[in-house]
Ligand binder design. Structure first.
Ligand code: TEU
Ligand code: CA
Length: 558
């Protein structure tokens, strides 16, 4: 496999609005991020991915961009951004931007011009269509609920298409002028020195321009966009064209946010010369979401979770590098999702971190994961900010849940769980801001915060430092990055275990999700315990006892 600069890197996603507020307006900002670069460096982070920081009305927290060339004033100025790039560079760190190009904001100049004159040049930047039999052009349900078609104000029987919120009109990727605008913009940021992009919702750019109806899959008479995408094609050529005109020339690192991809296209997407450098592995996250919505979310199922990890790892080995996450800004906290209650503690969180850190692929941390931040309980639906959560709440009520149950579902799955402010200290508002935070701070910050964990030798934070250091250590790095992945102890019900091995090393990674201890017979003797999340180490020869919530990384003989 051709070696690329990003293969051995560790990344961290920041949600700028909630990371660190430098000027007391309650909103995190670029100067706040700059002030934490040394902290990120001390965590072993190489690549910092910023959720969108472009100018935006923030209907969907910056995923609705009104000017791709401007920094949102809430976050600072272009000078601040240049300073961030320079400061990152000094520390051998890379800045990766979020690229939201399936849609823009309805407040983008292009869309404002388009609505004024749908027949004019900007009309063709979007998808304007006539209604059908007095109704919307097709029966698609947007990702955030309701029809994906919005009537154009002041025009009879004319609609525009939006797969997400109505304030996020889809861009017409079949118009060469749009492509030129987007490619120029991407190259402009690359020229500036960003190392690459996380590419938002990108599978959605391919459309069937006839917009045919599909069978309804809900009482609203609409059908999910998943079905619509299944029937669209052409994504491969579009992504190759994008890559050739932009990323490739700069050796940029790109990580695609891709759902609903065709299995047989995996190689084309992330093979050696794939459309992207990498893509996120969402296989485990999809397990708990519920088929038609959060109201039918499923409980965490260890066996299914382990199976999903193993399947992805095995299928990726001959192909390339996925990016492994525990959580992101669209997911609830992993510590609250992927651990049974009896191990929802520091040990369990370290165990989860261990299992994910040594998988093949690129580890992506998410802010606060390294201190074990948990879901944040909201007392009422008004406390949530997220547009998706409000929609899922209404959906749950429509599907027969009562208010309490619907709130419970949102408390479990809301995207705001991961968006609450970073917990820096025990001071007011967790040291995130001296003003009023834009979103509630998790009241558990008195116990869970960076400052306290810096002082504690065995904290989750210091354990995370050991994880990244081990992954990068000269003796084992090659094995963790390029070594084989081999599942182990699949017949042991509550244990997840795998080997990473090459000519030099044979490393076994283990975690016990069970309530009870488990006895394991090792195939060879242990040369060295590379990592242990508990003080106990119970081994006699090749017999090993794993305590509940215990994770081990063992270097085996030969
Ligand atoms: O997410 C795309 C996406 O598919 C999500 O809407 C996902 O289905 C949902 O969050 C599951 O809860 C990206 C961004 O990550 C998200 O924050 C944006 O809202 C969305 O695109 C629109 O830009
Ligand atoms: Ca601020």
């Amino acid at each position: 496999m051709k070696r690329k600069w990003w293969h051995d890197k560790i990344a961290c996603q920041l949600y700028p609005k909630s990371y660190c507020d430098s000027n007391g307006d309650g909103i995190g900002d670029l100067q706040g991020i700059i002030s934490k670069l040394d902290y990120l460096k001390s965590l072993g982070i190489d690549i910092v991915w910023l959720s969108p920081i472009y100018q935006s009305p923030f209907v969907d927290q910056g995923y609705d961009i009104s000017d791709y060339y401007k920094i949102a004033p809430e976050f600072g100025t272009m000078e601040d951004f240049d300073e961030l790039l320079a400061e990152a560079k000094k520390r051998d760190m890379y800045i990766v931007m979020d690229l939201v190009i399936n849609h823009c904001s309805s407040r983008h100049r292009w869309f404002e011009e388009a609505v004024k004159n749908p027949e004019g040049p900007y009309g063709d930047y979007f998808y304007f269509r006539k209604g059908k039999d007095g109704k919307e052009p097709s029966n698609y349900r947007s990702y955030f609920g309701g029809s994906a078609w919005e009537p154009v104000k002041g025009r009879r029987d004319l609609y525009y298409y939006h797969m997400f919120a109505r304030e996020q009109p889809d861009l017409n990727w079949y118009n060469p002028s749009v492509l030129r605008e987007l490619y120029d913009m991407i190259n402009w940021w690359l020229e500036k020195g960003v190392a690459g992009f996380r590419i938002d919702a990108i599978i959605n750019i391919q459309k069937n321009l006839d917009f045919p109806d599909y069978p309804a899959d809900g009482p609203d008479g609409l059908c999910a966009l998943g079905t619509v995408i299944e029937h669209a094609s052409g994504i491969g050529e579009m992504l190759e064209d994008l890559k050739r005109n932009t990323f490739e020339k700069y050796q940029a690192f790109t990580v695609g946010e891709v759902f609903n991809m065709r299995e047989e296209e995996l190689e084309e997407f992330v093979g050696e010369d794939g459309h992207f450098s990498s893509m996120f592995d969402f296989s485990q996250h999809l397990l708990t979401m519920g088929e038609h919505g959060w109201y039918e979310a499923k409980e965490f199922d260890f066996a299914a979770w382990r199976k999903a990890i193993f399947e992805t790892q095995k299928k990726m080995e001959p192909i390339g590098f996925l990016s492994n996450i525990i959580e992101n800004h669209d997911e609830p906290r992993g510590a609250s999702t992927f651990l049974p209650l009896y191990v929802q503690n520091a040990a369990g969180i370290k165990m989860l971190g261990t299992i994910k850190m040594f998988l093949s692929g690129i580890p992506f941390l998410y802010q606060g994961q390294e201190i074990g931040m948990r879901n944040c309980r909201m007392q009422s639906i008004e406390e949530f900010d997220d547009i998706n959560t409000k929609d899922q709440y209404r959906l749950a009520l429509r599907m027969g849940l009562n208010e309490e149950e619907a709130l419970e579902v949102c408390n479990r799955l809301s995207r705001d769980n991961a968006r609450t402010p970073m917990q820096w200290s025990n001071e007011e508002h967790a040291g995130f801001t001296t003003g009023t935070p834009w979103l509630k701070v998790n009241p558990n910050y008195h116990e869970i915060n960076v400052q306290a964990q810096e002082k504690e030798k065995d904290s989750v934070l210091n354990y995370y430092r050991k994880l990244t250091a081990l992954r990068k250590s000269p003796d084992y790095k090659e094995t963790f990055v390029y070594g084989h992945f081999i599942p182990a102890y699949e017949e042991t019900e509550n244990v997840i275990a795998y080997y990473r091995r090459d000519e030099r090393n044979c490393i076994l990674v283990l975690g016990n999700w069970g309530r009870e201890e488990e006895e394991i017979r090792l195939p060879r003797t242990v040369r060295k315990v590379l990592l242990n999340n508990l003080p106990e180490y119970l081994a006699e020869g090749q017999k090993l006892t794993l305590l509940s919530g215990q994770a081990l990384v063992l270097l085996l003989q030969g």
